[in-house]
Write a protein that binds this ligand. Structure first.
Ligand SMILES: Nc1ncnc2c1ncn2[C@@H]1O[C@H](COP(=O)(O)OP(=O)(O)O)[C@@H](O)[C@H]1O
Ligand SMILES: [Mg+2]
Length: 451
């Protein structure tokens, strides 16, 4: 196989200087996950990557991109600024590529939708995707610079926590399809309103190639605002996915089945029936968005849909396991009001005593208390039997719960876990969800040990 980056191509892209010839098969910014043959890019972040160049070569790096001279026993590509150098590689990878590209953003569901697209597009041709949740100022260029020249499709996750961030990132990606999964109050402390969040997310449409398609979450209260922004910047097509009759991709039926769902949909008027290997209406709508992207890229929607049986829920985002007679839904990776409601709806589908273990949603701004108290409605709809809460913000929800539902409230996961463990019995279904900072993964670990 030809190298992802030869020293000649990397020099041309970055205007840097290579101390010796090399051929890199991948790119890494972290020596702990570096794969033999990778070009190690020494970024300056919390730590200075230049300190890790020897470790990179020890792990088998083919070369290192650096911005200052250092002693080295391997080829160095010297550039003025390593983050700019990585961006240069990203832009060059885009220029040389014929791939059809989907960019994904949204307040929840980016990684899930990206992983669904990996399978859907992967069934049709070689597909390059962002690794993990690499969606920020270094994650997007890293993902793009890692795109093989011969990839037929690519899916890039793009995140943000301030205005202008997506605009800069999508300018490198230049997708044919730009997809917004959903808009929810996340990072509200900074943005102040969901309208502002929608506007920041809509920057993704500005990077569309001529004639490209904006994919809009029609069920979102901010769908019309997004569509209007897409029209303003002259997106080639503005298309909708959701449950309404005017959607270009429409969810017509959803039936929970063992470890997944049977989905009936219509994509541009053509009926598509398929099995999705993960339960939850929100995941089904993500899949619908993915199939709309496939249709826009003139891929075979029926074949792509048939492949989605193999999509399994992701770790911390709905993955399930059994532990000593109880079933656990691990949603510990993150939480905002939209993903909380989605996860509680999942719990509502469960058979057994339904137990919700919920931690604070962070960065919710001045209205944090009311956003937490509002979870009483999806808890009621899910007919949760017992609710365990942790974090100071969850106090507002605790106060709204009827006594019969109150399992326990504590300020930290560590204090909540013993209360929870005492209460569990065989046949229970336990949903665990909260912002990552609430460390509910400790509750997951405790439940595994119980098993
Ligand atoms: N369309 C959606 N609406 C609401 N919540 C969703 C949606 N898709 C996924 N989720 C939930 O949001 C959480 C984060 O999912 P993830 O795909 O990692 O999102 P992101 O990459 O945007 O952070 C998970 O709990 C997941 O189940
Ligand atoms: Mg993500």
């Amino acid at each position: 196989m030809s190298a992802l980056w030869t020293s000649a191509d990397a020099q041309a892209a970055t205007l840097g200087h290579a101390s010796a010839a090399f051929g890199a098969s991948g790119i890494s910014i972290d020596t702990r996950t570096l794969v033999r043959g990778d070009l190690f890019v020494a970024l300056k972040d919390a730590r200075d990557g230049h300190d890790f160049v020897p470790a990179a070569f020890a792990a088998g790096a083919s070369a290192a991109m650096v911005s200052r001279m250092l002693e080295s026993n391997g080829p160095l590509l010297t550039v003025a600024n390593t983050l700019r150098g990585l961006e240069d590689l990203a832009r060059a990878a885009r220029v040389r590529s014929n791939a059809k590209i989907v960019a994904v953003t949204g307040s929840a569901g980016k990684t899930t939708t990206k992983e669904i697209l990996r399978i859907a597009l992967g069934a049709l041709g070689s597909t390059h995707c962002s690794a993990a949740s690499f969606n920020n100022h270094w994650g997007v260029p890293l993902s793009l610079a890692s795109m093989p020249a011969e990839a037929r499709y690519a899916v890039l996750e793009i995140g943000m926590n301030h205005f202008g961030e997506i605009r800069a990132l999508v300018g490198m990606v230049r997708p044919q399809v730009a997809l917004v999964t959903t808009i929810a109050p996340a990072h509200l402390a900074f943005f102040g309103s969901c309208e502002a969040i929608a506007d920041a997310k809509s920057e993704i449409f500005e990077g569309l190639e001529a004639g490209g398609a904006a994919l809009i979450p029609a069920d979102s209260p901010y769908g019309e605002r997004l569509a209007q922004r897409a029209r303003q910047i002259h997106a080639g097509r503005v298309l909708r996915f959701g449950s309404g009759p005017d959607c270009d991709a429409r969810l017509s039926s959803y039936d929970a089945i063992d470890a997944g769902a049977r989905i009936g949909a219509e994509v541009f008027g053509t009926p598509v029936e398929f099995v999705l290997g993960a339960p939850g209406r929100h995941i089904a709508v993500n899949a619908l968005a993915a199939l709309l992207a496939v249709a826009v890229l003139e891929g075979d929607v029926l074949n792509a849909a048939a492949a989605l049986k193999s999509f399994g829920p992701l770790k911390g985002r709905g993955a399930r396991f059994s532990a000593g007679g109880i079933e656990v839904i691990d949603e510990s990776y993150n939480a905002n009001p939209a993903s909380m409601a989605a996860a509680l709806a999942l719990l509502g589908e469960a058979k057994g005593r339904r137990i919700a273990v919920l931690g604070d949603m962070l960065e919710m701004g001045a209205d944090a208390a009311s956003h937490h108290a509002s979870l009483a409605a999806p808890i009621e709809a899910a007919r949760a039997d017992l609710v365990f809460l942790c974090g100071p913000n969850m106090r507002a929800l605790w106060d709204k719960l009827p006594a019969s539902r109150r399992g326990g409230h504590a300020l930290s996961a560590g204090e909540l876990i013993p209360l929870l463990m005492r209460e569990l019995r065989d046949g229970d279904v336990v949903l665990v969800k909260g912002s990552n900072g609430m460390k509910l993964s400790a509750a997951i670990d405790a439940l595994k040990v119980r098993g």
